[in-house]
Design a protein around this ligand. Structure first.
Ligand code: SAH
Length: 347
């Protein structure tokens, strides 16, 4: 039994079953035992690998997006470059390097990283130690500076706690987690149709939309998820790059859910923002020019590097099977009303 499981079992025995939302919040964010609070989960030796960890090209394409968005915002002399959940800082480091080709945009950028994990904050500090822009850390998006901003988030929204509801015999109740006599965690209300919402993700989206209405800005959100057409139960856990039971080792595996892009887009629009997407990650990266960039890098690469480039490009843009990143991962863009559409989306 993990230390966090012991705590959760105590809570359940004292107060009764806990919601999936409470469970996920404890697993990921508990100050003493939460998954993100205690470790660097990324990379081959960790539990999962993300796009910026696969190739520098991912962050570079986002750098190109940032420069274009900044131009579309009227090239403000100062703007906040916000990243939500920056992991090891690879995306931002690669984006800033690409922005050296747009020196006026780079000179205007003030980086603000929204991160809860003390371990990952240290990794980000190291990755961005010689960054060509000032960098500060924030606890939440609402703490970032007022004024023009560009926000990016890759695999951030999937890590926010979800609520699950179970509908059975015409009755809807919140899905909860109980424990058996041995302290094993079990779903209390199984059987029935499951639906999900992500209150924390909705709050962040509302807050972004409110900022987009007040000042010129744009936000790019990339994650795995769906357009919001009744997906059912998407709660999942990963450990050492394999799927595991989300109830089996709380605090020691990554627990996530697929992002409901349809819900986030509706909230952004209701808040006054203009929106684009979802498009597949493959379509987004191709529209940003990732194939041209890969060909350019291949020109000065040796044979081994050429193979690595081709395999990274394939991983980021492959759409052939259901779990391939190119199709399961999607991108949406939010922008201030009145700004022209952002690049990477066909409309
Ligand atoms: N964007 C990175 C990391 C993705 S993992 C990449 O693509 O590699 C999720 C990131 O979000 C981690 O940095 C994690 O610590 C952070 N995170 C999770 N929940 C958070 C929260 N509530 N507030 C701020 N950061 C959070």
């Amino acid at each position: 039994m993990t230390p966090l499981q012991r705590r959760i079992v105590d809570i359940i025995r004292r107060d009764g079953p806990i919601s999936v939302e409470t469970y996920m919040a404890l697993c990921l964010g508990d100050p003493a035992h939460g998954y993100y609070m205690t470790r660097d989960p990324l990379g081959p030796g960790g539990d999962f690998t993300t796009s910026p960890e696969i190739s520098q090209m991912f962050g570079e394409m986002i750098g190109v997006w940032i420069a274009t968005a900044w131009g579309a915002m009227g090239a403000p002399p100062k703007f906040s470059l916000v990243e939500l959940g920056p992991g090891r800082g690879a995306l931002m480091a690669d984006a800033l390097r690409a922005l050296r080709a747009a020196p006026d945009c780079l000179a205007a950028a003030h980086v603000e990283l929204v991160e809860i994990s003390p371990v990952l904050r240290e990794k980000q500090r190291a990755a961005l130690a010689s960054a060509p822009a000032p960098v500060v850390w924030r606890d939440g998006v609402e703490q970032t500076a007022d004024g023009p901003f560009i926000l990016v988030a890759n695999e951030f929204f999937d890590a926010l706690p979800i609520r699950q509801c179970v509908r059975r015999d015409g009755e809807t109740r919140e899905r909860r987690i109980a424990c058996d006599a041995d302290g094993a965690l079990i779903f209390a209300d199984d059987g029935g149709a499951i639906s999900e919402t992500c209150p924390a993700g909705e709050d962040v989206t509302r807050s972004i939309a409110a900022r987009l209405v007040k000042a010129p800005g744009a936000a790019l959100i990339i994650d795995y998820g769906h357009a919001g057409d009744g997906e059912g139960d998407t709660l999942q856990a990963m450990r050492a790059h394999a799927f595991v039971d989300p109830l089996a080792s709380p605090g020691e595996c990554d627990i996530t859910a697929h992002v409901n892009f349809g819900a986030l887009l509706a909230i952004a629009r209701a808040g006054g923002a203009a929106t684009q997407g979802p498009v597949s990650q493959a379509d987004y990266l191709r529209a940003m020019g990732i194939e041209t960039r890969a060909a350019m890098l291949a020109k000065r690469a040796d044979d081994r590097q050429k193979l690595a480039l081709a395999s990274a490009l394939a991983r980021l843009t492959d759409v052939k099977n259901a779990r391939a990143m190119g199709a399961l991962f999607k991108a949406i863009a939010l922008r201030s009303p009145g700004l022209p559409p952002m690049p990477g989306f066909d409309r």
